[in-house]
Ligand binder design. Sequence first.
Ligand code: S3P
Length: 437
Amino acid sequence: MSVTIRKPKSLRGEIIVPGDKSISHRAVIFNSMAKPNKVSVRNFLPGEDCYSTIKIMRQLGVDIDIENDKSNSPIIIVNSVGLHGFKEPTNILNCGNSGTTTRLISGALAGRDFISVLSGDKSLNSRPMGRIIKPLSEMGAKIFARKNNNYAPIIFSGGLLKAISYKMPVASAQIKSCIILAALRASGSTKIFQKAISRDHSERMLIAMGSIIKEDKLDIHIEPSELDSIDVDVPGDISSAAFWMIAALCHPDSEILIKKVGINKTRSGIITVLESMNAEIKIINQRDIAGEPIGDIYVKTSNLRATEISGDIIPLLIDEIPIIALAASFADGITHIKNAEELRVKESDRISTTVNFLKSCGVEIEATNDGMIITGNPDNSLRYGSFSSNMDHRITMMMAIAGVLSTEGIKIIDDETASVSYPNFWETISNLGVKIE
Ligand code: S3P
């Protein structure tokens, strides 16, 4: 299938984005491993990535039911099996496109007294897994993987887990969470030294579940501990909200309210950056749900200014960089994005996919090893073209928002990819009055 999106006259409305992807995965995995009990996860993200996680938990012997609430949002009922309750799966565990599923579940499978194999699609099986296999092997897990233990499929075949002290080579919540999950079942006290802060949903949720995790700035100490299961109400995903924020800021006649969005400070780097770009953006009605701060985000047409994005803020907005690059193409001045080399190992090489796409639309943009340089133009009129996102959901949605800002329109060939993280993305865009041809 393919779709063409063109700029509407105005862009107004209220949006509720689906549940946070990172928190949805964690709520299911952590509750599966908690002391036997029955709990529910509300506002779970019904995206393909999160369903891969549910399918794998079921293959490991966890009884999980899916119900729908009044607004047709899925409620996941997890019957926890305990820290040591997983059963040997009789088939390969398919993680699909999901790096979070692979890396977090690797921490949960390491050192079990059975054999299991994690694999995924072409993109996933070409993403680096040595970064989790190395610390897990140091902890005593027996693991084999393709190309010198670097790529999935990954085979887990037992081992006795012991605590380690680990200095993380990259700021990554997936690596951190993987080690934490193994540390819960290891003998001794594990220490993780982070390079920079990354999203802390695992720490928050596991502490709420009664685990003994101590944080001191960049350092984390984990004691082995059982988990108490908890009901979770998942906040809206700020990474999904990001698309509507940029659409509203760059469209000449817009005003949008995005409701119930998670604004945890380890995820809200995009708000800090947009504020520094002179964006009219307000967070209202701030409150907490399930230990996570949330708020409603109000955005409207703004005259954006260029900025520099580099250093410790990068992990706090890593998934939003492609859509921020689109915003920068409408900002006055030259925007530099640096220290973002991690983008090269996401669902696609997001430095190349973003730069190639924007360049084809007529934007003055250049890739660097660790980022990009964008010369903005407030009168940017993105040129028509027909594009593929390389099966990368966030690139597909960035292209769609480029369409919302382009009079000539943008044609997207692999539009179905959005459902990896945002199943009703096209419905929402059309509810905003944007025609999909
Ligand atoms: C995620 C962490 C990030 C992010 C990914 C989800 C998570 O990856 O890009 O989409 O849920 O922990 P890294 O931690 O590897 O940077």
